[in-house]
Design a protein around this ligand. Structure first.
Ligand SMILES: O=C(O)C[C@@H](O)[C@H](O)C(=O)CO
Length: 264
């Protein structure tokens, strides 16, 4: 099985590159580009649909021949909501950086009759989940109820320092609706301030998979199956961007029974 902790390669250009082949799975792809003003990244989508997320910085976008203008507002993922752009399969896109730009390219198998669409900040209200030291702040970017994609689900989460998230432990690794859906998932992690770290455990009930990872700024983690809670340490907030996809565009998770009391 591939290593579940993917470190960035350098500080400029395409620093993270996760494909279904490299991850040893079927659906989710994730790239992270760090661009300088004037640099261009462009691609054909082919059989996959794509959601571009302006993690930080500004850039001019075109998709499928349409001009979407300059997108991006925030200069840090810890400040406000993101701009994003959905592009269906069999199309193309380009982004020209106007400032230093941290651009995420989230992808999954395409299909259906979907149109390229900008997703500006405020499209989905910010959610606050959990209680006490399990409070975290959620910006949905492409949630399942928006009916605007074939298989991609995209969300970002801020976990304040000292808190947990993706917790109590839950999983989504069985195609058994209405009880549970099967979704692969990537996490793109940022820390504030950046010298910090956090932890993520990926594990199954039988512990045939059980990895505890120290996560640093810019790391990507892979969740092929199993529970995947995160924990931050005092002084360091954690941002992550999740990409999920599977055979059905439904996020139906199963809570670890032994921790469900925390929800009562
Ligand atoms: O609520 C959270 O803490 C975020 C998680 O739900 C995260 O998006 C995830 O684990 C999705 O399965």
């Amino acid at each position: 099985m591939p290593n579940l902790l993917v470190k960035p390669q350098g500080a400029h250009g395409r620093v993270s590159h996760v494909t279904p082949e490299s991850a040893g799975w079927t659906y989710v792809g994730f790239d992270l580009h760090r661009m300088k003003p004037g640099e261009i990244v462009a691609a054909e989508t082919g059989s996959r649909e794509v959601c571009l997320v302006w993690v930080s910085g500004k850039g001019k976008a075109t998709a499928g021949g349409a001009d979407f203008g300059v997108l991006g507002e925030r200069m840090s993922p810890f400040e406000g909501a993101p701009h994003a752009l959905y592009i269906p399969a069999n199309s193309n896109w380009s982004v020209t950086a106007e400032t230093d730009l941290e651009l995420a390219v989230c992808s999954a198998p395409g299909g259906g009759d979907y149109k390229a669409k900008a997703i500006p900040p405020g499209t989905h209200p910010q959610l606050h989940r959990g209680k006490g030291s399990n409070i975290r702040h959620v910006h949905n970017i492409m949630p399942e109820d928006d009916n605007s994609a074939h298989s991609l689900l995209v969300v970002e989460v801020i976990t304040p320092n000292g808190n947990t998230s993706s917790y109590p432990s839950h999983k989504h690794d069985r195609d058994d609706l209405p009880n549970e859906s099967l979704l692969e998932e990537t996490y793109y992690h940022r820390l504030n301030p950046p010298q910090g770290f956090a932890f993520q455990r990926v594990y199954t009930d039988d512990r045939s998979l059980d990895e505890a990872m120290a996560v640093e700024d810019g790391d990507v983690t892979l969740v092929p199956r199993g529970y995947h809670p995160c924990a931050t340490i005092h002084g360091y907030d954690l941002y992550y961007l999740n990409v999920m996809a599977g055979p059905k565009r439904v996020w139906k998770f199963h809570n670890a029974r032994e921790h469900e009391w925390l929800l009562k």
